[in-house]
Design a protein around this ligand. Structure first.
Ligand code: PEP
Ligand code: MG
Length: 756
């Protein structure tokens, strides 16, 4: 039989096929026999000439354990590494593939012992359970067959059944066991250090029944479970420590809305009609979602995937009659633990006992993940984007989440653990030291004042104003409330957010930056094509000047929130003065409108520009004539200056901002501002590193805006500086050296007892 054969996909025949599978599983047969029968059933149902099952072994190799169609001699002989060949690729990426011409695929690895050279097309799906890949299921055809989406779905349903078999240990111990210490690199999602035992998220619920006897009963079970899940979500969201307004609430409310969406309930009911039990239908809907969205990069869709995963897990536990995260409750009392997951929805984190939860590690999560927003609000360290995490950790392993240094340590030795425990203690002491500096001025030994300001994005950052003693908010990133919502916040909603910011500032100055959407800042409600180079594309002020109403609404909200108080405002990503003028004209129109409507105008409106595009550095006299202040965004400026993507770990650290070329540019900017007597702030990451701040102060910067964790250390550094010495040193360095200057500045700090 070949591609010409009409295939039904998962539908009419699926119930009888599932029954046959169930019978095979129920019979008292040797495991190998069962696997062989399963491959025959699948091959026949899928109209495939080959069906093979690869099982993951404890040494992490994928072993061909059964086949219909390939040489039987190859069984238990053919082994693939994760990532090797198409089978290894499916396992490594945990994603299905369908290829009509598999042999021309770059990943195709020919294994002569299998005799597979005569098969052109291939479809394969990962066999997964609780986020772990247990094996790979493959079908092949001689002709160039285009496998349909329905066929892949069918294969995924088979894989699900198989996963339950493998997980129940029918074919031996598949769980790889690692016992040596290992360090895995990741990306800081929420800062901090956490030590505890590994607890695998979603490990609890096994599906015991796949084939339904009575669809009506299954539908009823699903309905009930759904109702219970919704009630549970309402209870969770009512927790007092989440009551405070902030983006985490927006994120959680979005999740609540998704839980009430009926679309996917309909889809699960369809799967029940096709012969699955309620739990298998949930699993089916989840697999579907993963297959459709698994490879998309769009952060909005990735968040939806995490939300669906969360709901699916909740439903499965309900259907199995468990309390949510039943096993989490089983973690020994007073045992600090770290949750390990592929990804996670924001509400899932709330299920864990927060008292002993010391950290979260995610194979896929990034800093914009919604769970990160909730974790930050709860002060839980999170490390994300850790390739290989799930296959390297064993449940119960000791873990050290060092989110401050982008790493997680698995099974650390006693020495290392002691070192980190000591580190945690030292952290607490350091925190106390910075706390003691809170009300002291950021003044150099020879009396030069440096203004230390806060960068704020999330509402939760606002608490840090009082905690750090920052002089005000040097950069309020207005896009954050846009990023966590599904729709564009209207004027009233924005006014509410900005009012809360001003209230928290309590008279301290706040610099509002207008919407900086695009590039690395994805706004869910803007579904525009990001283009090939999002950082260089239609973003930020470019969008605002093309959509004046967007900018005007934002300005209206800022003015309303200020209610007559002074306002500092700046435009991001200004590339030319003409662009600044265009934005300014929109601002003027909004001010005229306010006058017409009798709305209160800001008592004193100071308008600034960010300098984060190098071209503006060659228009300094022109831009400085137009603005009340300038703010250097060194993150973007550095990205464009060195042509190095700020989000690409392979290149970001290759070019140092504390280096001659970049500091020369920054000094030119400072000199021009000094000459024209315009206040200048630098609000990129560089301002928050002690060495960066040292260099900046040495070349004339007096206002630095940074993340809250940096205020204490930078203030400590400032208070140890003799400005006259530093200025001479920097000026000589920029004349006499080339390239990186960090080591020189460190030596200077050592010589002058400056903490750096
Ligand atoms: C910058 O680019 O340095 C900056 C402060 O803005 P953001 O990091 O928000 O792009
Ligand atoms: Mg920027």
């Amino acid at each position: 039989m070949t591609a010409a054969v009409e295939h039904n996909g998962f539908g009419r025949n699926s119930r009888s096929m599932l029954r046959r599978l169930r019978d095979v599983m129920a019979e008292a047969r040797a495991p190998q026999d069962r696997l062989d029968s399963i491959t025959s059933i699948i091959a026949a149902d899928m109209a495939a000439e080959v069906c093979s099952i690869y099982v993951r072994r404890s040494d992490n190799l994928l072993e061909l354990c059964a086949t219909e169609g390939l040489n039987k001699d190859a069984v238990h002989r053919t082994l693939m590494h994760f990532g090797e060949g198409l089978v290894g690729d499916i396992a490594a990426r945990a994603q299905s593939i369908a290829l009509s011409d598999a042999q021309s695929h770059p990943k195709f690895a020919y294994r002569p012992e299998t005799g597979e050279e005569i098969y052109q097309s291939l479809a394969g799906v990962p066999v997964m359970r609780a986020d772990r890949v247990l094996g790979v299921l493959v079908v092949q055809n001689r002709s160039r067959r285009q496998y349909s989406d329905e066929e892949i779905e069918t294969l995924e349903t088979f894989a699900m059944v198989l996963a339950e078999l493998l997980a129940n240990g029918v074919f031996g111990d598949q769980a790889p066991k690692h016992d040596t210490p290992l360090r895995l690199a990741g990306q800081t999602v929420a800062p901090g250090i956490g030590i505890g035992v590994a607890y695998f998220h979603q490990q609890s619920t096994a599906i015991r029944r796949v084939v339904a006897d009575n669809p009506a009963v299954e539908k009823e079970r699903l309905e009930t479970a759904m109702r219970e899940v919704r009630d549970r979500i309402d209870t969770l969201l009512a927790a007092p420590d989440l009551a405070e307004v902030g983006e985490h609430r927006d994120v959680l409310e979005t999740f609540r809305m998704i839980a009430h969406d009926r679309g996917w309930l309909t889809r699960m009911n369809d799967a029940i009609d096709n012969g699955l039990t309620a739990e298998a239908a949930v699993q089916r809907a989840r697999a579907d979602m993963r297959a459709r969205l698994g490879s998309v990069q769009n952060p909005y869709l990735r968040e939806r995937l995490a939300d669906f995963d969360d709901l699916a897990n909740r439903l499965l536990s309900r259907l199995a009659g468990e309390e949510e995260n039943g096993d989490a409750a089983a973690i020994a009392e007073d045992q600090p633990y770290v949750v390990v997951a592929r990804s996670m929805g924001p509400a899932e984190l709330l299920e864990y006992d927060r008292h002993n939860l010391t950290g979260l590690v995610l194979e896929e999560g990034s800093a914009t993940a919604h769970v990160a927003i909730v974790a930050r609000a709860l002060d839980i360290p999170v490390l994300g984007n850790i390739p290989g995490l799930l296959s390297e950790v064993n449940p119960g392993d000791r873990l050290i989440v060092d989110a401050d240094n982008n790493q997680v340590l698995l099974r650390p030795t006693e020495d290392v653990q002691e070192y980190f425990h000591a580190g945690l203690k030292a952290r607490a002491e350091t925190k106390a030291r910075y706390q003691a500096l809170r009300d002291l001025p950021a003044r150099t030994l020879d009396g030069v004042d440096v203004t230390l300001l806060l960068n704020v994005g999330l509402m939760f950052d606002l608490q840090q104003l009082d905690a750090t003693g920052a002089a005000g908010i040097g950069l309020y990133r207005t896009e954050i409330p846009f990023m966590v919502r599904r729709d564009i916040p209207d004027v009233e909603q924005q006014t509410d957010v900005y009012r809360r910011v001003l209230e928290a500032a309590n008279g301290r100055p706040v610099t509002f930056r207008t919407l900086d959407a695009g590039g690395d800042k994805h706004i869910q409600a803007f579904d525009h094509d990001p283009g090939d180079n999002p950082a260089l594309g239609w973003r930020s002020l470019r969008i605002s000047v093309d959509h004046p109403s967007l900018l005007r609404n934002q300005l209206r909200a800022i003015f309303r929130a200020a209610a007559g108080a002074p306002v500092d405002l700046m435009f991001p990503m200004v590339s030319t003065v003409a662009e600044f003028d265009a934005a300014r004209a929109i601002l003027d129109r909004e001010l005229e409108r306010a006058v017409r409507h009798g709305d209160p105008l800001p008592r004193n409106l100071r308008l600034g520009s960010m300098l984060e595009v190098p071209s503006l550095a060659w228009q300094l006299p022109e831009i400085l004539k137009r603005v009340d202040f300038l703010s250097v965004g060194s993150n973007d400026l550095q990205q464009f200056f060195f042509a190095a993507d700020r989000g690409d770990q392979r290149v970001t650290h290759r070019y140092d901002p504390v280096s001659v070329p970049f500091l020369r540019l920054l000094k030119q900017i400072a000199d021009a501002c000094n000459e024209m007597d315009k206040p200048l702030t630098l609000c990129g990451e560089m301002a928050g590193s002690r060495i960066g701040a040292l260099a900046l102060i040495g070349i004339g910067y007096r206002r630095l805006s940074m993340a809250s964790a940096s205020i204490g250390p930078v203030k400590e550094t400032v208070r140890a500086i003799n400005y006259t010495d530093l200025q001479t040193f920097m000026s000589n360095l920029l004349k006499s050296r080339e390239g990186r200057l960090v080591e020189h500045l460190k030596a200077f700090s050592r010589d002058h007892q400056i903490p750096a």
